[in-house]
Design a protein around this ligand. Structure first.
Ligand SMILES: Nc1ncnc2c1ncn2[C@@H]1O[C@H](COP(=O)(O)OP(=O)(O)O)[C@@H](O)[C@H]1O
Ligand SMILES: [Mg+2]
Ligand SMILES: [Zn+2]
Length: 264
């Protein structure tokens, strides 16, 4: 029915009193048009329906925006695809120590807003294949999704390469590259000790860690080296600050890769 003919039909309409279960009495019009006819419903219900449809649409838009934001954040975190499934749910805690570390990391992620005030981080050391990267990435994933905050995963080698790639580059300055690692609320810095540890690298590491330390931004440092050897790979200045600001976890058990019979 066009609005014009609807207006005409309403003008000549018979009127009676309708009864709405929710809103009580209302003026109902008998609308006859061609061979069909109907009585108009409760106008307050009609208004409410419009408002609730609008609200539902608004909420759907909000959910979509939140989902897109979350996807971008996980994208920013630069998690390698092979780590996408490294979550607390997929971590098997079989030994007492594994249960202990899983619980520690879960609590750390849950309390992350507190750690943003103090800058408290985690230091995960131990043998290769013991699930350090798994737990670090699971913690990062949980912090990002639970607190909608920005996080970044990197290996030390990748960080040094990105900073060095700015030498003579027009796309990115050295400062911008360093900022990429000093700005995120949570940084996972993996595989300390794999790269050579030149003086230039130690200086970059100090710049990044010192800036994060001063801004109270937490870092999860992961390494296969022994606690006593850390200074050699990170510099004593960085290690002193780390010890002061981080909880240390030593992964002393056998490699999961060995028990899975895999060689990686
Ligand atoms: N407790 C565990 N539960 C589930 N998977 C594990 C566990 N420990 C290790 N893994 C898996 O074994 C592989 C090696 O672990 P990873 O975290 O890379 O070790 P690390 O960083 O200590 O060298 C990964 O695929 C990881 O997901
Ligand atoms: Mg690892
Ligand atoms: Zn009504």
């Amino acid at each position: 029915m066009s609005s014009n003919s609807l207006a005409k039909a309403l003008m000549n309409a018979e009127v009676s009193v309708g009864q709405c279960e929710k809103h009580g009495e209302y003026k109902s019009c008998h609308i006859v048009y061609g061979t069909t006819d109907s009585w108009s419903g409760c106008p307050t219900c009609a208004e409410e329906k419009v408002a609730s449809d609008r609200m539902a649409e608004f909420e759907a838009n909000q959910r979509e925006a939140a989902r897109a934001r979350m996807e971008r954040m996980i994208g920013y975190a630069c998690l390698p695809p092979r780590f996408a499934d490294k979550t607390f749910d997929t971590y098997r805690a079989e030994s007492e120590q594994q249960r202990n570390y899983l619980a520690k990391c879960q609590a750390y992620a849950a309390d992350f807003p507190d750690h943003l005030k103090t800058g408290e981080g985690l230091l995960m050391l131990g043998n290769p294949g013991t699930g350090k990267t798994h737990l670090a990435v699971a913690t990062l994933n949980d912090v990002i999704t639970r607190h909608q905050t920005q996080g970044l995963y990197t290996t030390a080698a990748r960080m040094f390469r990105r900073i060095k790639d700015t030498y003579g580059s027009r796309e990115e300055t050295e400062t911008q590259a360093i900022d990429a690692y000093t700005k995120p609320a949570l940084l996972v810095l993996d595989e300390i000790g794999v790269s050579f540890g030149s003086d230039a690298e130690l200086n970059y590491l100090f710049d990044v860690m010192n800036e994060r330390y001063e801004q109270c931004l937490p870092t999860i440092v992961v390494s296969n080296v022994q606690p006593g050897e850390l200074g050699q790979w990170m510099g004593d200045r960085v290690v002193d600050r780390l010890r002061e600001s981080s909880k240390m976890m030593v992964f002393g058990w056998e490699s999961a890769r060995k028990s899975l019979g895999r060689n990686e």
